[in-house]
Design a protein around this ligand. Sequence first.
Ligand SMILES: NC(=O)c1ccc[n+]([C@@H]2O[C@H](COP(=O)([O-])OP(=O)(O)OC[C@H]3O[C@@H](n4cnc5c(N)ncnc54)[C@H](O)[C@@H]3O)[C@@H](O)[C@H]2O)c1
Length: 377
Amino acid sequence: MKKVRFGIIGCGLMGKEFASAAARWCHFTEDIAKPEIVGVCDFSEAAMDWFSKNFDTVVFRTNDYKELLKRDDIDAIYCALPHNLHGQVYSDIIGAGKHLLGEKPFGIDQAANKQIMEALKNHPEVVVRCASEFPYYPACQQLIKWIKEGKFGRIIEVRTGFCHSSDMDLTKPINWKRMVEINGEYGCMGDLGIHTQHVPFRMGWMPKRVYANLSNIAKERVDKNGNMVPCETWDNAVLSCQVEDENGNEFPMFMETKRMKPGATDEWYIRVEGLDCSAKFSTDDPNGFYYTESWGKEQGWCRINVGYHTMIPTITGGIFEFGFTDAILQMWGAFIQEIEGKTPEFGCFTPEESALSHKLLTAALQSYKEKRVVEIE
Ligand SMILES: NC(=O)c1ccc[n+]([C@@H]2O[C@H](COP(=O)([O-])OP(=O)(O)OC[C@H]3O[C@@H](n4cnc5c(N)ncnc54)[C@H](O)[C@@H]3O)[C@@H](O)[C@H]2O)c1
């Protein structure tokens, strides 16, 4: 089996998720080159120890990502670092001629995103994508198929969201994701926004204008020394957007990203309402695909269990359930297929889409600041 030799920069939460997905590549029944983790980079020795302990393919460890980029035995990088590092590190990875799966928001702000896009112009040979795993739930794939088939008829309204509630705990200590200088001015929108944009953008639903409602609810949090310090990032964001479909009809699209949504653990959802029918999916009910049936003038919601019918076929029986780690595996399968020059049915979030994301989020910040609707160029 062919291999893609990987280096991981940032061995935290998401670095480990990738490694775990790579370890169960046998799950796929389709021939896809296997990721092999050759090198790891983190400031924390303990974070890298986990990789050394679990992967005997790891032959190189470093605290300096540039050392990893010099190696000829590494073809591709997964980079999961805090947002303030994306602009420089992603550009260096691309400059070194390595394929890259980077993490959102793909630049702490629009300037950093432009820096990455500029680096890419000089290296069109490398495959660069941004992580976004939720669209790979089979029920969401079903919904995407229906959009492509035009099953909804004229779109009335679209809602997407990604919501958490752990910040409802006001005693939760501050970390880098709650600091403007590291997480960025976008706050929760930068952290969660791309997850809500992947499906709409891919379907061609780019907002023409936006009105943003942003909330900073927890203005202070305790730091690791027990002192209360300012917590200036946006906790919750509701974007009210206007979109035009391919026939020139406008419809509203609401995108919410929240760290303080009561009851939400890691809830990602999409809901599409159309004149002919409507459908919705939420990770709160990962196996459920909901759609409306019309009885004359009335519509009723139906739910079917979609089971384990994945975009990339696997060994798992179709009657079983699908979960977060399966979505991560599907996303990685899609990324490696793209490196191999194949076109997955639903590909990973592209750099061009990340540039759209930054346009939208920059306009959202302006909208909230000036308390007005902002046109998106
Ligand atoms: N796709 C998803 O579902 C998802 C979920 C969570 C986070 N993320 C994204 O992943 C990225 C990382 O988030 P995380 O939750 O894994 O963070 P984390 O804090 O758990 O891990 C980041 C790691 O980077 C290391 N690090 C920091 N600066 C470094 C440097 N200069 N050189 C080497 N190592 C360095 C830290 O020691 C830490 O181990 C962010 O962009 C975040 O938005 C994505």
